[in-house]
Design a protein around this ligand. Structure first.
Ligand code: FES
Ligand code: FE
Length: 424
């Protein structure tokens, strides 16, 4: 089967080989992760000269560095000599990277500046212009750093398309527009395909069921706080399905889950004074977009943003994935707001959170279920048909549907097919 035949868009189905076949995975690296814009970091992680962090373009290890001219470099983390990685840390500050094997040294723009026992090499034995290879395309949007191995990739602005206005709102959560990702990050690895995390990050169908225990704990904690503060009445769990919301297919695989009720939660922690400041900065009619903000966004293929959380999906193999998660701090927001966001992050997503692990457990169970694909007589399809008939196409090409529909997941596969088909 050709890769693009593994997705039946009209029928709302995906073949299990898309999650379990190593050849499909290799094609995904070639046609998606080496072709489009891939998120590699945020400017707040490398604010000063010499700052660096490591990341991946698919399976390609890279160093994202801030050089002496304040430029951003994305360099392949691979010594030009025999291939050893030259940087082992997640982040730090360094003007030079030294390979531990034979001590070749590179500056943070990637140039080779030192070869140990240089005199032992004849001039012809060292190729000219070697160094850490540079990723040809690097660009930023609202502080988010993207890179592409494809020298002919379309502009980042075009690639982000309809997703841009949400990223604009993301930095307008405070009048200063500051976002800081250095408040705490962690990494998890699960035994499952990378697309399981991509599908899940904006899904509105599962929370009422899978995260029931998390919701109960949240309600329990909030009732304890109310009782301690002498507040009358009890909070009750609210089901996502009973709220108003929307799902959006933003094109190119990007998609969004929008539940405005989220703002009400956030609003309670915002002082009127701060709301007035926001309103003065961006206009009262914009408050609904910038408070909260009330959505979860997937930038295909590897970036998901949801409230206090930003996650990066790094595929390791067809059935193993790394997810690196960051707390999104707003350094100039009122203390109560920052504390609320931190609470949400630690309580739901963090290593001791009671929500995030639910999803990861489902990814591993799905990958186990996909083993049934080994028998050619069994049904090989998984379904994404929910509320497919209600999907509407807007004049600007966006598609909208219900917030518990599977329009977001169909969006992922519409983007996937676009990249995986021969013409792409
Ligand atoms: Fe890096 Fe030899 S492999 S110096
Ligand atoms: Fe979930």
């Amino acid at each position: 089967m050709k890769p693009e035949e593994l997705v039946d868009l009209k029928g709302g189905r995906v073949h299990m080989d898309a999650y379990r076949n190593p050849e499909v995975f290799a094609e995904e690296m070639r046609r998606i992760f080496h072709k489009v814009w891939i998120y590699v970091g945020h400017e707040s992680e490398i604010p000063s000269t010499g700052d660096y962090k490591t990341s991946y373009l698919g399976q390609v290890p890279v160093i994202v560095s801030r050089d002496e001219d304040m430029g951003i470099n994305v360099l392949v983390n691979r010594c030009a000599h025999r291939g050893t990685t030259v940087c082992q840390r997640d982040s730090g500050n360094a003007s030079y990277f030294k390979c531990e094997y034979h001590a070749w040294v590179y500056n943070n723009k990637g140039a080779l500046t030192g070869v140990a026992l240089r005199r032992g090499y004849a001039d012809s034995e060292l190729p000219k212009d070697i160094g850490l290879q540079r990723i040809p395309k690097v660009d930023t949007y609202q502080g988010l750093i993207f890179a592409s191995l494809n020298p002919d990739v379309e502009s980042l602005v075009d690639y982000l398309g309809h997703a841009r206005s949400y990223l604009d709102d993301w930095v307008r959560q405070t009048p200063s527009g500051q976002v800081d990702l250095r408040g705490g990050d962690w990494k998890l690895t699960y035994r499952g395909n990378w697309k399981l995390q991509a599908e899940n990050s904006t899904e509105g169908y599962h929370p009422d069921f899978l995260h029931q225990a998390a919701v109960q704990v949240q309600v329990y904690n909030s009732n304890r706080r109310r009782a301690a503060a002498g507040v009358q009445g009890q909070a009750r769990p609210q089901r996502t399905a009973t709220l108003d919301g929307l799902g959006r297919d933003l094109g190119r695989g990007h998609n969004l889950l929008e539940v405005p009720q989220v703002q009400l939660l956030a609003r309670r922690r915002y002082s009127q004074e701060f709301i007035d400041e926001l309103s003065d900065s961006y206009g009262e009619d914009q408050l609904g977009n910038v408070l909260g903000p009330p959505w979860r966004l997937l930038i295909f293929p590897n970036l998901a943003i949801a409230g206090s959380n930003l996650r990066v999906i790094n595929p390791l193999s067809v059935d193993e994935t790394d997810v690196r998660q960051y707390f999104v701090d707003l350094p100039t927001a009122p203390d109560a707001v920052r504390a609320f966001r931190r609470e949400q992050e630690q309580g739901f997503y963090g290593p001791s959170g009671y929500g995030g692990p639910d999803d990861v457990e489902m990814f591993e169970r799905m990958q186990e279920g996909f083993k049934s694909g080994a028998a050619s007589t069994l049904d090989p399809w998984v379904l994404f048909t929910r509320q497919m008939e209600d999907e509407k196409v807007l004049p600007d090409g966006q598609r909208v549907g219900g917030h518990t529909s599977e329009i977001m997941q169909r969006a992922v596969y519409r983007g996937w097919v676009r990249q995986m088909s021969e013409e792409a």
